[in-house]
Design a binder for this molecule. Structure first.
Ligand code: DMJ
Length: 583
């Protein structure tokens, strides 16, 4: 019997329809009525009861654009632009304005004083904003600015400035080294790799500053002495571990074994700890033991967890992937909670096993990380039932992050809040599953309207640190959620925040933090952090971008939003660096 090829039917939809219908009728007849067929109708039907009943998944909560109750002059966003291209262009203009302000007023200082002009040194005095902005300029196609910045960078010798004798290891790695490596990967400019190698070498003595091999807090650049009291100082989990992507990619580019070895030693210490619930203390002793009983995914631990997943994504590290799975499950189980009235899903920290009910803006990177994990991990490791929890957690947490912005007078988000509490999220999820409310929305995922009432009972939380520091985490998560779900609501929320930034944080020279998001902002603070250009504006731009400039299946963002390209170790590299085949 010849095979009828689809193309032989021509391109007319009608012929295809008739053909499909015939096939359906004939095969139904064969299956149900033909006595000679091997699988009889009753055989066929008898298979059916063996299949487990498949409950319908809960519906994705419908998206209704919120209406904003205006209190006095409070912020009410404009509707989204007709074309997202326009939003993208506005973000590019905002970046250009901030960059020009920095260059004119502040360079060679680290960061711009957004109100008074001039600059200040917070991170070595080598002009950190320059390094943090490089890849954003490339991505935004600001090539003249990029090449000008390259000239400035090529002269840098990474020596101590008068104001700054010790280079803080973590900040120097994520901002300077990450910025150089990402700009190199995007542009191929050799000077960037040369400078990354110089800087990477100068920072290496940090790993000799502790008994364990954890990097010391800081390094003196001209002689490799490690920072004040580094032997006795407590190590911060995120600071000690968030150097993996940068140094391993540098090892790949330069072939230098010590880059790989030094940072992998840090991972060995972390893995050897094997905490039974997958959560790591936020402070460690310099000889590599957990010290505090504070467990958080906010400040001092955040990127430690982020880099487990991202080491796997960047270079296929299976051990790090295993740790991510253990830790993410335990974060979901133990640190995710809901509030009683608005049923807001949030992530808290705990002291021993006691929740603090604190929800930090810094923790708003978590929904993006969970969404990225659920989107990329193989089904064999994260089966659909479990992946669903990760995706729900991502959606619910990102919405709460958004609400902390939308609830506020200025439309900008506070740095920290204290939540009212109704217990662990997973307990609510299990109770909801038992009641078989499977066609209703899972706990913590109902999208409540923004509330412009500042009292704790109405909002279900109290603002404890009301400053918006121009931080990126909420927008970072909206970007990943938009990319992994395609739901335009994440773009719309990013657009609202961008408008609030334009309205309240813009200054004569650039942008400044808002000291109290719940009060009419009289004036912003006099500082423009470099991460505003590295992260906040970059993620906004990518959120509105339709061309997929940095596809998530090819690039991995370091914790300062510097994208690095995914790679594989060659057999020779594995042998030289001592990378086991299972890593
Ligand atoms: C950034 O410098 C980095 O993202 C870091 O990991 C923590 N957060 C700040 C910005 O908020």
């Amino acid at each position: 019997m010849g095979v009828v090829h689809w193309n032989y039917l021509g391109h007319r939809p009608r012929s295809r329809w008739i053909f499909t219908l015939c096939i359906f009728v004939v095969s139904s007849w064969v299956l149900f009525f033909s006595p000679s067929i091997l699988v009889t109708r009753s055989d066929f039907l008898s298979i059916l009861p063996a299949l487990p009943p498949r409950p319908l998944p809960p519906p994705i909560p419908a998206y209704h654009r919120p209406t904003f109750e205006s209190v006095g002059e409070s912020f009410v966003p404009d509707p989204p632009p007709v074309k997202w291209e326009d939003a993208k262009k506005q973000v590019r203009d905002a970046f250009k304005f901030a960059w020009d302000g920095y260059l004119k007023e502040a360079h060679p200082f680290d960061e711009l004083r957004a109100i008074h002009g001039g600059g200040n040194n917070k991170f070595n005095g080598w002009g950190v904003t320059l390094y943090d902005s490089l890849d954003t300029m490339w991505i935004m196609d600001l090539k003249d600015e990029f090449h000008h910045a390259l000239q400035l960078i090529s002269k840098q010798e990474f020596l101590p400035s008068t104001a700054w004798t010790f280079a803080p290891f973590f900040e120097t790695v994520i901002r300077y080294l990450g910025g150089l490596l990402s700009a190199y990967a995007l542009s191929g400019e050799q000077i960037l790799l040369y400078q990354a190698d110089q800087l990477g070498t100068k920072l290496l003595p940090a790993f000799n500053g502790t008994k364990s091999g954890f990097p010391a807090y800081s390094v003196q650049m001209e002689n490799g002495k490690t920072g004040p009291n580094s032997i006795y100082r407590m190590m911060v989990f995120a600071e000690a571990t968030s150097c993996q992507l940068e140094y391993k990619y540098l090892a790949k580019l330069t072939g230098r074994k010590e880059y790989y070895e030094k940072v992998e030693r840090v991972m060995d210490i972390v893995y050897e700890t094997k905490p039974k619930d997958g959560l790591f203390a936020d402070k460690w002793t310099s000889d590599g033991r957990e010290f505090s009983n504070h467990y958080t995914i906010g400040a001092s631990a955040d990127s430690g967890y982020e880099y487990f997943l991202k080491q796997w994504l960047l270079m296929g590290d299976i051990k790090a992937r295993g740790q991510y799975l253990i830790s993410a499950d335990n974060i979901i189980e133990n640190l995710l909670r809901v509030t009683p009235e608005r049923e807001l899903l949030y992530v808290t920290s705990q002291v021993k096993a006691d929740p603090t009910y604190t929800f930090e803006h810094l923790a708003c990177f978590l929904p993006g990380l969970l969404a990225l994990g659920a989107h990329t991990l193989p089904i064999s490791l994260l089966p659909p039932e479990k992946a669903e929890y990760h995706k729900w957690a991502a959606e619910g947490l990102a919405y709460t992050c958004y609400l902390t912005y939308a609830d506020s007078w200025s439309g900008l988000g506070p740095d920290s809040v204290k939540m009212n509490d109704a217990g662990r999220w997973m307990d609510h999820v299990r109770a909801w599953e038992k009641n078989k409310k499977l066609r209703t929305i899972p706990p913590g995922l109902k999208e409540r309207s923004p509330l412009r009432k500042t009292d704790r009972n109405a909002r279900d939380y109290l603002v404890t640190q009301p400053t918006y520091y121009l931080r990126p985490e909420a927008i970072e998560s909206f970007f990943i959620l938009y990319k992994t779900t395609g739901n335009v609501k994440w773009r719309e929320r990013g657009w609202e925040i961008f408008q609030a930034i334009q309205k309240y944080a813009k200054t004569k020279h650039g942008y400044g933090s808002i000291s109290n998001v719940n009060l009419p902002p009289h004036f912003p603070l006099d500082n423009m952090p470099s991460f505003f250009l590295a992260e906040t504006l970059k993620y906004l731009y990518l959120l509105f971008d339709d061309t997929d400039i940095i596809p998530l299946d090819k690039w991995v963002f370091n914790t300062e939003a510097h994208p690095l390209p995914m790679f594989e170790w060659t057999p020779e590299e594995r042998e030289r660096f001592g990378i086991p085949s299972e890593l």
